[in-house]
Design a protein around this ligand. Structure first.
Ligand SMILES: *Cc1c(COP(=O)(O)O)cnc(C)c1O
Length: 389
């Protein structure tokens, strides 16, 4: 039988990290002590009190049945409590919040509710790949908004051509930003609200890193800004905030009509998240957030150690105020790919080439703060050996 794949599947972009993954596996096999700064997955375990709550919840038999796809009321109430305490944003847990099986799932599904054939999604580049992939699977078209260093990694909304604006239905944003560690100001969010109202575009703000902040910085919510509730929603994930990437839980909050549209897609696609996981998530969202402060303190120490290491080898990293990524230019003469290969082959260090997140990421590399301070110092020793010889 001739098993033919859909055009949709065949049109997926190539996975740019294939070559690097292969080289990394080879190096590990050769016995090289690889320092992996490539993956955006926390190495620190989920806080114990959340795990304990899960242990109890898993025994509770009513949770063994189908959940509702928009989440338990108590979970949505906990999400509303979190948004009020953290951002002073008031939300109706019944109408303005829905549970999601991690942000990735919801980012993938949301375009199905708003894009018809050839409608446009505005997508930041470099950026999280799923904004484009979800658009592609929904039959839409992606128009990339470059995030440039000279614009503080904010998109230039005034640069979008008129014919694109006419067909644009969704705008994706993500601050604090992966991979650039760029930050949004409230002024920028105000401009976004005005832009969205003028052109009738649904704003989807991915706030996966809202809680990973340092040096007294506190990331704003898009929903804090006047008018935001009329034009958009925000995607919140417990993955990075509570080291729960494996648990698959988050929520979307904001405009009722947009939340409702997502609920409709999801009620047809999935049956929600295991209620025991929602129960554990309630413990996380309603806790005093000491665990988050401790985690951020650890990331800040690692960040400082990595920045010192990079500088000692003549590189010029900027020091992020949020996210667990350091995004910096490869040295002169190197592309993203050639520098990432050089780091792996010469120093046993895995970094992610910036062009893998989109064209404007060319020339940059991303390093994740997911190894210890000692290993970050070792990064400095190795880099000095190979870059300063
Ligand atoms: C990690 C990440 C996500 C995915 O989070 P999940 O809730 O685990 O699916 C979404 N957006 C960005 C920018 C991320 O880095």
């Amino acid at each position: 039988m001739d098993i033919a794949l859909s055009k949709r599947l065949l049109s997926l972009p190539p996975y740019l990290f294939v070559e690097l993954d292969r080289k990394k596996a080879e190096a590990v096999k050769r016995g090289i002590d690889v320092i992996d700064l490539g993956i955006g997955d926390p190495d620190i375990p989920t806080p114990q009190f959340i795990v304990e709550r899960m242990k109890q919840a898993v025994e509770y038999s009513p949770y063994h049945r189908y959940p509702s796809s928009n989440g338990m009321k108590s979970f949505r109430e906990a999400a509303a409590f979190f948004m009020k305490r953290r951002f002073s944003v008031e939300l109706d847990p019944d109408r303005e919040i829905t549970s999601i099986i991690g942000s990735k799932e919801a980012i993938f599904h949301l375009p199905l509710a708003f894009l018809d054939h050839d409608d446009i999604a505005l997508v930041p580049s470099p950026g999280y790949p799923v904004y484009h992939i979800g658009t592609l699977f929904a039959g839409g078209k992606t128009y990339y908004l470059p995030l440039l260093e000279e614009n503080n990694f904010l998109p230039d909304l005034n640069s979008i051509p008129e014919d694109v604006l006419r067909r644009a239905r969704i705008l994706w944003l993500n601050y604090p930003n992966n991979p650039t560690a760029g930050l949004a100001t409230k002024e920028f969010f105000k401009d976004v609200v005005e832009f969205a109202q003028r052109h009738n575009i649904v704003v989807c703000h991915d706030a996966a890193y809202s809680e990973i902040c340092f040096d007294g910085y506190s990331a704003p919510s898009f929903l804090e800004v006047d008018g935001a509730m009329e034009v958009g929603v925000e995607f919140h994930s417990l993955s990075k905030t509570y080291n729960m990437t494996g648990w698959r839980i988050g929520f979307v909050a904001g405009n009722e009509k947009i939340v409702n549209a997502l609920k409709t897609v999801k009620s047809n696609a999935d049956s929600g998240q295991f209620e025991a996981i929602q129960d554990a998530a309630i413990a996380a969202l309603t806790s005093d957030q000491t665990c988050v402060k401790k985690m951020c303190a650890i990331y800040a120490q690692r960040r400082d150690a990595l920045a010192a290491s990079l500088r000692s080898a003549g590189l010029k990293p900027s020091v992020p105020k949020a996210t667990f990524y350091v995004w910096f230019r490869a040295p002169d003469g190197h592309s993203s790919q050639s520098f990432a290969s050089f780091l792996l082959e010469e120093a046993g260090i895995v970094a992610t080439p910036g062009n893998g997140f989109g064209g404007p990421g060319e020339g940059f590399v991303r390093m994740a703060l997911t190894v210890s301070v000692e290993r970050m110092k070792e990064v400095g020793e190795r880099l000095k050996r190979v870059l300063c010889r």
